[in-house]
Design a protein around this ligand. Structure first.
Ligand code: MG
Length: 179
């Protein structure tokens, strides 16, 4: 361990900023509603999955958890647990955000790329950015969203999300209560 890191560990201080990265993919499935970024979208298919299949909120959740080196979304909300069947993905994001705040951090900004053939995200981009910002407690100017079509990837039946998040230190981490 470099000397500076060793000193930091000894002093118990935490970095002033942290980055997190999240990735997710879901397959389109007929007969389920489509939700992306917490926003219902009109389309003849939705995203399959154990929960509501919100690919963007799942990637945001994993980015938040990754930034504080917490267990990932699959570890916290296992698909094998019937409790999460059809669950609103906002629940997952809120748990990740709670952990971020308990660690003494606030969300600075988020940047996301969505990759899907249809439906077009452009007409819904503002609504998605607004909803994600609202869920994270930040201004929509701090939520980047790019939509790409999967050119040359042969992935027209899937939706993919990549997300990076920046956290800023606001307070000391809450100490876990001793039992
Ligand atoms: Mg997922």
């Amino acid at each position: 361990m470099p000397i500076s890191n060793a000193r930091r560990a000894t002093a118990g201080t935490q970095p002033t900023t942290r980055i997190g990265y999240g990735f997710d993919s879901h397959e389109f499935r007929a007969g389920v509603p489509l939700r992306i970024g917490g926003v219902p979208l009109h389309h003849d298919k939705g995203l399959g999955g154990h929960s509501d299949g919100d690919v963007l909120l799942h990637a945001v959740t994993d980015a938040l958890l990754g930034a504080i080196a917490a267990p990932d979304i699959g570890a916290l909300f296992p698909p094998s647990d019937p409790k999460w069947k059809g669950a609103d993905s906002v629940i997952f994001l809120r748990e990740a955000l709670k952990r971020v705040r308990n660690a003494g951090y606030a969300v600075g900004n988020v940047d996301a790329s969505l990759i899907l053939a249809v439906p077009k995200i452009g007409p819904n981009a503002a609504a998605i950015r607004t909803r994600v910002a609202e869920l994270l407690g930040i201004h929509s100017d701090c939520v980047g969203l790019k939509a790409k079509t999967p050119e040359g990837l042969n992935l027209d039946q899937a939706a993919i999300a990549h997300v990076v998040v920046l956290l800023q230190k606001t307070a000391p981490a809450k100490r876990k209560k001793k039992r």
